[in-house]
Design a protein around this ligand. Structure first.
Ligand SMILES: [Zn+2]
Length: 480
């Protein structure tokens, strides 16, 4: 079975495409190159996303999407969902390893490549180290990255004078010591000190007296690993560790104080966003698009608007167009959406969600459906969310989850004290002080309650009187 591969470096403007559009582009590009091979064959397309579905379902086919669809129409392509990553690994690899020369030979001379296996070891840790020095002192820092991508930052302030190279050695040694304590066997070390990297790799000799001892200790630490590699990276790629080292050098840490690990979080939205309220209805009774429509129809800005507000309005209005007296908004896929006021919006919501053919869909689906039908208002998503939440029928007929939140255990007994398990221990030797040498143990099946009693002799007459609830158990058969 011949395996053909193609790879292409995306042009600058192509990088702005959405992920789906990039997949479409790859498909179209590949079909053009392999036109001769593909034309007469049935093609099974294995991909993360279905580009064919995307193109066919686009409500307005314009621009490049329409062109792509036309180009693909001559092929017999069937989309197959991707089940295993194995068969796709070559494509992944090729997409990662780009070449500048996008002109590929149609002959595919290198047919020896049949399979590319990802040999990344899942036990390999990564370590970054760096030092920083300024007028306040010296600091070193290490970031350990586990195979599961957990980052462990370590920052140490150096309380003695030393050269930068010594500090770099200290950082590398402190990192290795930390890794050794975690019993890691495979390690990749990255640092921006060319001296340390080259000396540990054996490319450069260590001649400076101060460094010889550090180097010897570092070499002895390296013996504790199965695989260890040292790689030089530029200062730009080592910025996180550099920042931590600078932090350690800047602060004065009192003796005996252990600073807890830093938790660095990432905020993608400003905090004040939570305070923004959705303007449900304009206070003066005008529709929300009143000012936009006025501006586009040439009536100018509202008289009370400030310069800043005028700018915002101007920017907003660029996406709207008036057609037949109605205001439309241009959507991403080229459809003109009719702008509706609040009263009309409520009717549309009701119709689409719970009208004649309304399937009582969830809020996201509802919003998408309304956009697909060609309506728009600014608070569409918030409206859909609150509408679905308050729909009475949705509350009654929604799928109820009947699964118990805790794990279920089978019970042999339906209610407490209904069934008991009874056993006799004996004859016990030596006898107890009261002369008893039999123990009768009864366990309730439901509650696991245990009762125990000792006897001099066990008979069908002596036992039921004392054990009460066991009377239902056939003692005679037990005795025999
Ligand atoms: Zn509903």
């Amino acid at each position: 079975m011949p395996v053909y591969y193609l790879s292409k470096k995306m042009l600058e403007y192509e990088l702005n495409y959405t992920q789906l559009e990039k997949t479409c582009l790859a498909l179209v590009w590949a079909t053009q190159w392999l036109w001769y091979y593909l034309l007469s064959q049935k093609i099974f397309l294995i991909s993360r996303m279905d580009p064919m579905k995307y193109m066919f379902e686009k409500p307005a086919l314009i621009g490049r999407t329409a062109l792509w669809l036309l180009m693909l129409s001559e092929f017999d392509i069937t989309y197959v969902t991707q089940k295993s990553v194995k068969s796709r690994i070559i494509t992944e690899q090729l997409a990662d390893a780009l070449t500048k020369d996008t002109k590929l030979s149609r002959e595919f001379s290198d047919e020896r490549i049949m399979l590319i296996i990802d040999k990344r070891n899942l036990t390999t840790w990564t370590m970054y180290f760096d030092e920083a020095s300024n007028s306040r002192g010296k600091g070193i820092s290490i970031v350990l990255v586990s195979p599961r991508d957990e980052h462990i930052p370590i920052s140490i302030k150096l309380d003695f004078d030393c050269t930068n190279n010594v500090a770099e050695y200290k950082a590398c040694i402190a990192g290795l010591e930390a890794v050794v304590s975690l019993e890691v066997q495979d390690l990749d070390v990255y640092g921006d000190s060319l001296l340390i990297i080259c000396q540990t790799n054996g490319n450069w000799l260590t001649k400076e007296d101060r460094l010889i001892l550090y180097h010897a200790y570092l070499t002895s630490l390296m013996k504790g690993f199965h695989n260890i590699s040292f790689t030089y990276i530029s200062r730009l790629r080592n910025r996180f560790v550099d920042a931590l080292a600078t932090l350690a050098s800047m602060v004065d840490i009192p003796v005996g104080v252990k600073v807890c690990p830093l938790a660095i979080k990432r905020h993608v939205i400003p905090a004040h966003i939570h305070m923004v309220q959705i303007a449900v209805r304009c206070p003066d009774g005008k529709p929300w698009y009143f000012d936009i429509k006025n501006l586009i129809s040439g009536k100018g800005y509202p008289p009370e608007a400030s310069l800043k507000e005028k700018k915002v309005l101007h920017k907003l209005a660029s996406r709207y167009v008036i057609c037949g007296g109605d205001l439309y908004r241009r959507s991403f896929d080229g459809v003109q959406l009719l702008c509706v006021n609040e009263d009309r919006a409520a009717e549309i919501l009701e119709d689409v969600h719970s009208g004649v053919c309304g399937p009582h869909m969830n809020d996201k689906m509802l919003a998408r459906k309304i956009l697909r039908l060609g309506y728009f208002w600014t608070t569409l998503k918030a409206y859909c969310f609150s509408f679905v939440k308050t729909c009475h029928l949705c509350q009654i007929h929604a799928n109820l989850i009947h699964v118990s939140p805790t794990e279920l255990h089978s019970l042999t007994s339906l209610w407490p004290l209904s069934v008991w398990g009874i056993d006799i221990i004996g004859k016990v030797s030596p006898k107890s002080s009261s002369g008893h040498d039999y123990i009768l143990v009864a366990i309730n099946y439901f509650t696991k309650w245990i009762e125990a009693q000792s006897y001099t002799s066990i008979s069908s007459t002596s036992v039921p009187s004392s054990s009460g609830p066991t009377s239902s158990v056939d003692m005679e058969s037990l005795m025999s």
